[in-house]
Write a protein that binds this ligand. Structure first.
Ligand code: PLP
Length: 467
């Protein structure tokens, strides 16, 4: 291939397959199998379709494996916007303003009018970690919040991969072997009705999973609890949509005890669930919102911690006052200043609005949900749930007692769908014994025909494995 980009686009198949085996350590994958089995190598993407190095094409139901390529593959205009920005001014640290950072923070404020300020970084983990640092620093500099350093997190939720955010993960398999963790993170119950942690049934339960949070705060001591982080709709923990009454109860408890409510929109944000942000399905008004993934559809790495003005105001110190000198937010993120990533995000949001992709997520999400419901009669399909283009099918070995199938059976369903040309996702190394939910989180540009192909491949996979 004789192009100016030949150093990246030119490859020999055998060389790349060998290089993958010899040099690359893949994310969250056991590697022993690759000694005699070839790993998939993706070389191209357009819309929802990716092509591997052997020329095989797949319909991607996962938006890039981890629900992030929301506008689909092959968007030239994002590449062009990034290139233009990089040629103009590629980088300066986030301690100063740049044109894209000003434009993007302004755009996010337009989308989230109840919020006050935007703080950029470069991964979902980092955006969440910033919220913890804000809660912790507020608990030392604000006389009204002294000692309120503890952060509550929810069983089955996930907030990232570094040690501090893992400390707040409700997914035991993600945490295993990485402790000891920092102190001050306390778990609250999950809100999946299908496997109610209290063995109760909605609505007789009176939303006990939400009310239990008050008991936990009282047990910990309200004077020590400063924050609560939750996903609006749990992603990797098995696609969990809380009932409508859940968030207002949580909000009331947080307000009563002066606990900052952080909503992790890393997955649910940017149209994924059929609203621009996941929390907009519910009656809730968070103090902080964290964003990543769909923010630039993963064309570039970027994330943000968006806060209410009252949080920002806590950090407006008087530098001349020796007692306040250190009371500003002493945090930095080198790549939180990358202007190309901000240009990508701006163009990504422009595409979403111009093509009405949030609405397509809602409409096509309803369609895909209805089609997946058709599988519910199968003895191995326990529950179909989700919102917008963020749907899960929980498989069971026995419908009556909800006994989970084996990991091997789950893997076999995904493999069978892949053989049909569809890449399905599933709960992965998250919940002991319960990595049993198939995921459907395609790019928001999906058509009915593509949705039908996903359902057909899923049906075939389930039938092949469970009969
Ligand atoms: N929050 C949620 C809900 C996530 O699902 C993830 C990653 O999957 C993260 C945070 C962490 O994001 P990142 O992998 O960009 O650090």
């Amino acid at each position: 291939m004789d192009t100016p980009l030949s150093h990246v686009l030119d490859y020999g198949v055998d060389e790349m397959v060998g290089g993958d085996k010899n040099y690359l350590w893949h994310h969250i994958k056991p590697h022993k199998c690759f000694q005699d089995q070839e790993q998939m190598i993706i070389v191209a993407g357009k819309g929802l379709t990716v092509t591997d190095i052997r020329g095989r094409q797949y319909l991607d139901a996962t938006s890039g494996g981890v629900w992030c390529v929301n506008v689909g593959y092959g968007r030239d205009s994002i590449a062009d916007a990034v290139a233009a920005q990089m040629k103009q001014m590629a980088y300066f640290a986030g301690s100063v303003g740049t044109i894209p950072s000003i434009k993007l923070s302004g755009k996010l404020m337009e989308l989230l009018p109840a919020m006050g300020k935007v703080y950029f970084s470069n991964s979902g983990s980092e955006a969440n970690e910033k919220s913890y640092k804000l809660i912790r620093q507020a608990s030392t500099i604000d006389p009204d919040r002294k000692g309120k350093y503890k952060i509550l997190y929810r069983d089955r939720d996930y907030h990232g991969t570094t040690i501090a955010v893992l400390a707040s993960s409700g997914q035991a398999e993600r945490k295993k072997d990485f402790g000891p963790f920092p102190e001050g993170f306390v778990q609250i119950p999950h809100c999946l009705c299908y496997r109610c942690p209290f063995g109760e049934t909605y609505p007789d339960c009176q939303i006990r999973c939400a009310r239990a949070v008050e008991e936990i705060i009282l047990k910990e001591g309200p004077e020590s609890v400063g924050g609560l982080i939750v996903e609006p709709i749990t992603a990797g923990g098995g696609i969990i949509v809380p009932v409508d009454a859940y968030f207002p109860i949580l909000q009331e408890i947080c307000r009563k005890y002066g606990v900052f409510l952080v909503i992790d929109e890393v997955v649910a944000g940017f149209g994924r669930t059929g609203r621009f942000f996941g929390h907009q399905h519910f009656d809730v008004d968070p103090d902080m919102i964290t964003l990543a993934k769909g923010m630039a559809s993963a064309y570039e790495p970027i994330s943000a911690t968006v806060v209410k003005q009252h949080i920002y105001d806590l950090f407006l110190n008087d530098p001349a006052d020796p007692d306040q000198r250190m009371h500003f937010f002493r945090d930095i993120s080198t790549y939180g200043g990358c202007t190309g990533a901000m240009a990508a995000s701006l163009e990504n949001i422009r595409i979403m609005e111009a093509e009405n992709l949030t609405e397509n997520s809602r409409v096509m999400g309803d369609y895909l949900f209805d089609r997946l419901q058709e599988l519910a009669d199968h003895p191995a399909v326990g529950d179909v749930r989700g919102k917008g283009l963020f749907l899960g099918v929980e498989l069971v070995a026995d419908k009556a007692d909800k006994r989970p199938p084996s990991e091997a059976q789950m893997g076999a369903v995904v493999d069978a769908a892949k053989a049909e040309g569809v890449l399905l996702g599933r709960t992965n190394s998250s919940l002991p014994g319960l990595n049993t939910t198939l995921y459907f989180a395609p790019a928001l540009v999906i058509t009915k025909d593509e949705a039908d192909r996903m359902v057909a491949a899923t049906k075939k996979g389930i039938q092949q494995v469970f009969g």
